[in-house]
Design a binder for this molecule. Structure first.
Ligand code: TRH
Length: 380
């Protein structure tokens, strides 16, 4: 008799932006592709999903994409049979009917809360601990992270080899960039910019424009475009727009599918990223980067920023560490970063090396999907 695979349900409530759906979609695909598991992904906002996966039919309550059963999670969810493993992403509240169905099972499911990513030390102590209970069903904390003892980071099998090969293949990069309408001048510095609104942007663009070396800045459609338009002194910026100011070429890109975005990061010399998922993907690109952290109440995000910086800058010389700390902190506080950028440029080779080293080190950890599967195997 064929072995019965445990069924997995992942619940994703889209709070805002694309991080919630970005992470859960990646995880669902990986559990199917690499672990052969039957996975249902419940999403309350299919429009957000459609932005990162254009094949999504927003009118379908049930559809299959990349082997994942995608379910629209309606306001009222009844008659759902509970799976063997249930993941509530980012502390989303499961429907009561569904929790009742979990409790009604003969063998209660493994129920986990997949938390937000943080480099803070307390995460290690809390990862895997029991959380609340619903009737007979125990919930567990599952924390992604950068250090041993955490749940690790999402990383598909073979991703780093794929990335290396692509970065060594100038023609593949040229073709990819061309497919997005990007035709960089030879030797130009390529930078991608994905960020929230940021008053500090103008100071960076001033410095890039005045630099002797040319820069081609690639800006996917999104929240930062207003600040870019303001600096360019144009009314609005549509996809495909290209503007040149002294040494700086600014180009607006469409919002592309997740795998294309990865390739974009791999092509660039420097990536400005935000939130959670693009932040991790830029680390896998192994190039110097800048993180616009998601702002939280009472500035608790600043602790997360400092915790990550402490790990990321550990092996750097004091000058390079100071430059990166200054740049990242100023950017996340929407302060001018022109001077910090110039300081950072002075340490470029060291920062490139550090980005490679960090990626290698992180790549040695078990990836998050494998860690979840292992958690389940230890639990049964
Ligand atoms: O969109 P975000 O700001 O998401 C945020 C964070 O996750 C934050 O922690 C969370 O609390 C909040 O949402 C609700 O940034 P993030 O996490 O980088 O997600 C963006 C996703 O969009 C990521 O999966 C990459 C993807 N993407 C594309 O697929 N194509 C693109 O062109 C771009 C720019 C991004």
């Amino acid at each position: 008799m064929p072995e019965l695979k445990p069924r997995w349900d992942i619940f994703c409530a889209v709070v805002d932006n694309f991080g919630d759906i970005g992470v859960t979609w990646r995880l669902a695909r990986q559990l199917v592709a690499e672990h052969g598991l039957p996975v249902r992904l419940w999403v309350d906002d299919l429009r957000a999903f459609e932005r990162i996966c254009p094949e999504i039919d927003i009118d379908q309550a049930q559809q299959w994409q990349h082997g994942v059963e995608v379910r629209h999670w309606p306001a009222e969810l009844s008659h759902a049979d509970a799976a063997d493993v249930v993941i509530a992403a980012f502390a989303c509240q499961l429907p009561t009917d569904y929790m009742d169905a979990m409790a009604a099972r003969e063998q209660p499911p493994l129920w986990m809360n997949l938390d937000y990513l943080s480099a803070e030390d307390w995460v290690i102590g809390c990862h895997g601990l029991p959380s609340v209970k619903y009737k007979t069903v125990q919930k567990f904390f599952f924390f992604p992270g950068f250090q041993p003892g955490t749940g690790g980071l999402l990383r598909e099998r073979g991703l780093l080899d794929q990335r290396r090969q692509f970065q060594q293949d100038a023609e593949a990069q040229r073709q990819f960039l061309q497919s997005l309408g990007i035709d960089p001048a030879p030797g130009v510095q390529l930078i991608s910019l994905f960020a929230y609104e940021n008053a500090g942007l103008a100071s960076w663009l001033d410095v890039l424009a005045a630099d002797a070396a040319p820069t081609h800045l690639l800006v996917p459609e999104g929240r930062i475009l207003g600040d870019v338009a303001h600096w360019l002194k144009v009314e609005n910026l549509a996809v495909g727009a290209i503007h040149v100011r002294q040494s700086l070429t600014v180009q607006v890109l469409p919002f592309v599918r997740q795998d294309q975005y990865d390739h974009l990061l791999w092509c660039c010399d420097f990536n400005a990223v935000r939130g959670e998922d693009s932040f991790v993907r830029a680390q896998w690109a192994a190039r110097p980067m800048l993180w616009h952290i998601y702002q939280q109440d009472e500035d608790i995000h600043l602790d997360k920023l400092d915790a990550f910086l402490a790990l990321y800058t550990k092996g750097l010389s004091p000058g390079a560490a100071e430059a990166i700390n200054g740049l990242w902190r100023a950017w996340s506080a929407s302060q001018p970063i022109g001077e910090h950028w110039l300081a950072t440029r002075k340490h470029w080779p060291e920062l490139q090396e550090n980005a490679e080293k960090w990626c290698l080190e992180q790549g040695l950890q078990a990836d998050l999907a494998a860690a979840l599967v292992q958690f389940y195997l230890n639990w049964i």
